[in-house]
Design a protein around this ligand. Structure first.
Ligand SMILES: Nc1nc2c(ncn2[C@@H]2O[C@H](COP(=O)(O)OP(=O)(O)OP(=O)(O)O)[C@@H](O)[C@H]2O)c(=O)[nH]1
Ligand SMILES: [Mg+2]
Length: 190
């Protein structure tokens, strides 16, 4: 028998957590996921010096080579978000074309120490017409910008939300997802 109780069927969205190398994508998925996230971290080795640009990422020792996967449910709204974190290094960008399939929206994480590194992600989603917001992950010791300064520096279009976040903080990361959901719902026809 087919139930007509729509409450039983949550609305599921696929969101990408994207951005340049070392901006905190894996950290974001890890802090907000209600399941143990699937990650594909590999150790950065001496052999990668010259390939991996480690300038500005502090004492980072691992990097995502394929993707991160996590899930979060918002109960009153009966909403399930599947989160796919992208790899940040240029040599793994070919993965993005697969990860983006079926995605309804994206968060582009930006690191104020290397703001320009999120250009590629911004362009990627703009070209594909995927709604996104820019979340500025405020690292300790990084310069503190106002959202409108970031918009100007990166030439982000007016309708794209720009907000400050701390990828290590579950509440902060969850609020980015709520903002993105609202943004997607507001920009898409019913
Ligand atoms: N201080 C500070 N450290 C952070 C923050 N977010 C992430 N980190 C740290 O920064 C490092 C890089 O974070 P990752 O989550 O691995 O970055 P990523 O974007 O997944 O990196 P790739 O997959 O290699 O591109 C980790 O050591 C985190 O603990 C933050 O908001 N503040
Ligand atoms: Mg990662």
């Amino acid at each position: 028998m087919v139930s007509n109780n729509s409450e039983a069927f949550p609305t599921a969205f696929k969101f990408l957590i994207a951005g340049g190398f070392g901006v905190g994508k894996t950290t974001f998925v890890r802090s907000v996921s209600e399941i143990e996230p699937l990650t594909t971290e590999e150790t950065l080795t001496i052999a990668s010096v010259g390939t991996d640009d480690l300038a500005g990422v502090g004492d980072k020792t691992t990097t995502t080579v394929a993707m991160d996967f996590g899930r979060i449910t918002f109960n009153p709204q009966n909403l399930v978000l599947f989160l796919f974190g992208t790899p940040g290094q240029e040599r793994f960008w070919f993965m993005w074309d697969d990860l983006v399939r079926g995605a309804l929206g994206a968060i582009v994480l930006a690191d104020t120490r290397r703001l320009e590194d999120c250009f590629a992600a911004v362009e990627f989603f703009e070209r594909r017409g995927i709604d996104f917001l820019v979340a500025v992950n405020e690292f300790d010791g990084g310069f503190r910008y106002q959202p409108e300064e970031v918009r100007e520096a990166l030439d982000i279009k007016r309708h794209v939300p720009i907000m400050m976040c701390d990828a290590r903080d579950k509440r902060s990361a969850a609020s980015m997802l709520i903002h993105l959901t609202e943004h997607v719902l507001a920009t898409r026809p019913a």
